[in-house]
Design a protein around this ligand. Structure first.
Ligand SMILES: C[S@@+](CC[C@H](N)C(=O)[O-])C[C@H]1O[C@@H](n2cnc3c(N)ncnc32)[C@H](O)[C@@H]1O
Length: 277
C-alpha cells in the first residue's frame, strides 16, 4: 500500500509490523521498560474502572472474544475471569507479544489465539460468545456498520459487547493532521496518514448511532482518556504515573470530564457497553 491509501484498515497492519521491526520496546507497552508503560497502564486503568461492573459479572464458564487483541492487555484480564477466551488480531508481532504476556501470567491454556482481521467474524456462529470486547479496532474498519452488526450477531442474546473507538476531536488534537487533510478530518472523519494507512474517527453522535442501531437493546456510551493521551494531555505528570493514588486521581478527573456534556465529545476514546436484551 502507498502512503496516500485512504482505505481504512488497509495499511494499519503493515505499519504496525514496521513499527515492531523499528522499535519493539515502544510497541510492547506491557513491558515495564517500554517508554509507554506508564501511559498505557493509566489507559488500562481507565478501561478497567469504566468496565468494572461488566468484568465482575464474567463467569468462569463464559466464552469471551477479544477482537483486535493487540499485545493482549485485555486478553490477560479476560483470561483471569473467563473459562475460554479467543484472542484475534491480524498483526503477527502483536500476537507474539500477547502469547508472551499470557505465558508470563500463567494463562496461556485458557486462550486460543487466531491471526485474523475483522472478517474472522463471518465464520463465527450466532451467539457464540457471552462477551465480546473490541477495543480501539473499528477505527481501522472498512465498513464499521457491517462489522458492528457482526459483533452483535456473535454475542449471546443475554450477553454483552464492549466496543471502544478513538473519537474524532480528541484524536485530531494529538494525531498529526496535514493542512490538506482538515476538510476530510472534520467532515467524514476519514484521515489518511502514513503510520496507520487510513483511519475513521467518529464523533460521539456517530459512534452512539453506530453501536445503538444493531443492538436493539441497551447501549451506553462514555467518553474517556481526556488526559494522558487526550486533549488535556498537558495536565498529566508522566513522572507520577507509577503512583497508584495519582492514577486513581486522574481516573476521577476523567469521570468528571465525561460527566460534562460540553467536554464529552472531545474524549480521545469512546467506550460503549451493549446489552442485547
Ligand atoms: C489500537 S490497537 C488496540 C489493541 C487492543 N484492543 C488494545 O486495546 O490494547 C488496534 C489493534 O487493531 C488491530 N487491527 C487493525 N486493523 C484490523 C482489522 N482490520 N481487523 C482486526 N484488527 C485490526 C491491530 O493489529 C491492533 O492490534
Amino acid at each position: 500500500m502507498s502512503d496516500d491509501d485512504t482505505t481504512a484498515g488497509s495499511g494499519s497492519v503493515a505499519a504496525l509490523e514496521k513499527a515492531w521491526a523499528e522499535d519493539p520496546l515502544m510497541m510492547d507497552y506491557l513491558d515495564p521498560a517500554s517508554p509507554y508503560f506508564g501511559l498505557k497502564r493509566l489507559s488500562t486503568d481507565l478501561y478497567l474502572r469504566a468496565l468494572a461492573d461488566v468484568l465482575d459479572a464474567v463467569e468462569s464458564t463464559d466464552r469471551v472474544l477479544d477482537l483486535g487483541c493487540g499485545i493482549g492487555r485485555f486478553t490477560v484480564e479476560l483470561a483471569k475471569r473467563a473459562g475460554e477466551v479467543v484472542a484475534v488480531d491480524p498483526c503477527a508481532s502483536s500476537l507474539a507479544a500477547c502469547r508472551r504476556h499470557l505465558a508470563e501470567a500463567g494463562l496461556s491454556e485458557r486462550v486460543r489465539i487466531e491471526q485474523a482481521d475483522l472478517s474472522y467474524l463471518r465464520d463465527v456462529p450466532d451467539g457464540a460468545f457471552d462477551l465480546v470486547l473490541c477495543a480501539e479496532v473499528l477505527n481501522y474498519s472498512d465498513d464499521p456498520e457491517a462489522d458492528m452488526a457482526e459483533i452483535v450477531r456473535v454475542t449471546q442474546p443475554s450477553g454483552c459487547a464492549i466496543v471502544s473507538i478513538e473519537g474524532r476531536f480528541g484524536a485530531l488534537v494529538v494525531r498529526g493532521v496535514g493542512e490538506d487533510q482538515w476538510g476530510d478530518a472534520l467532515g467524514s472523519g476519514r484521515l489518511a496518514n502514513s503510520s496507520d494507512g487510513a483511519i475513521w474517527l467518529p464523533t460521539l453522535d456517530e459512534f452512539a448511532a453506530l453501536v445503538q442501531t444493531p443492538s436493539g437493546g441497551r447501549a451506553s456510551v462514555i467518553g474517556s482518556h481526556f488526559l494522558g493521551e487526550g486533549v488535556f494531555w498537558t495536565s498529566l505528570d508522566d513522572e507520577r504515573l507509577g503512583d497508584d493514588a495519582y492514577r486513581r486521581r486522574i481516573a476521577q478527573i476523567d469521570e468528571t470530564l465525561n460527566a460534562d456534556e460540553r467536554v464529552r465529545p472531545w474524549a480521545r476514546v469512546f467506550i460503549a457497553v451493549l446489552f442485547k436484551d
